[in-house]
Design a protein around this ligand. Sequence first.
Ligand SMILES: NC(=O)c1ccc[n+]([C@@H]2O[C@H](COP(=O)([O-])OP(=O)(O)OC[C@H]3O[C@@H](n4cnc5c(N)ncnc54)[C@H](O)[C@@H]3O)[C@@H](O)[C@H]2O)c1
Length: 269
Amino acid sequence: MSTSLKLKGQSALVTGANSGIGKGVALALAKEGANVVINYVTHPEAAQEVVKEIEDLGGNAIAIMADVSKEDEVQHMFQEMFAHFGTIDILVNNAGLQKDSPFKDMSLADWQLVLNINLTGQFLCAREAVREFIRRGLVPERSKALGKIICMSSVHEVIPWGGHVNYATSKGGVMMLMKSMAQELAPQKIRVNSIGPGAIQTPINRPAWDTPEALNSLLTLIPYNRIGQPEDIGNLAVWLASDDSDYITGTTVFMDGGMTLYPGFSTNG
Ligand SMILES: NC(=O)c1ccc[n+]([C@@H]2O[C@H](COP(=O)([O-])OP(=O)(O)OC[C@H]3O[C@@H](n4cnc5c(N)ncnc54)[C@H](O)[C@@H]3O)[C@@H](O)[C@H]2O)c1
């Protein structure tokens, strides 16, 4: 691989990287020269396919199983990563899910499941990454920052979402987790930012795009008039992980085709 690659020699961990956005991000980081851990919790064969795709491009990847909401599994995953790649430079906290229901019917189990994976999972992975960044210290030939954390949030960290109260609450929590970590850790040269995707074409939201009627209805919420792709998010993740964004910390970059622009007001409300 050429020396002009933006993430050459850096090691990245992407959670939930055997599907959708996580897969797109893992491929994009690998194309820029990063060694990548493909975390998964189900479908090991899909994780191996991503590893193979990266290896076919001349990159390095391994798949590691861990449920991000389980402290011991997360710690074990990081130890396995360090044994294989030596350290971590980039964490992409991507794993997440939805368990939707009307508020009055929402079970405590579904509330806790979504919070445990979407929010506590990001805390557990970020804490292990930060511990390693500080233990290892700065490696100036690899990056100007001690380490970079990218949290996969959502437009729903700011857009309330009826019928999805647990999910929207988890993403609102991710926003404050990200900002508070960024504030505390900036003096140590650790950068923490979020990506706020709008509608990206992945399995999580299949009913919203898999018929022409559903897609047309979705597009009324997207001024840019197309659904996003995992590659869009991959490009942004590369930039946020690279020294090109070295002065950015504590920010959510929305990548949503304008979904957060209140499109319902475009014709006078
Ligand atoms: N697709 C969108 O429109 C959209 C929009 C905004 C935010 N997001 C966010 O992007 C992230 C990725 O979602 P996606 O759209 O690619 O959906 P997806 O369902 O394709 O991928 C989610 C991934 O997370 C993994 N995962 C779930 N629970 C896990 C656990 N306990 N431990 C480890 N991994 C686990 C899944 O196995 C899968 O690999 C999520 O955080 C989601 O909230 C997606």
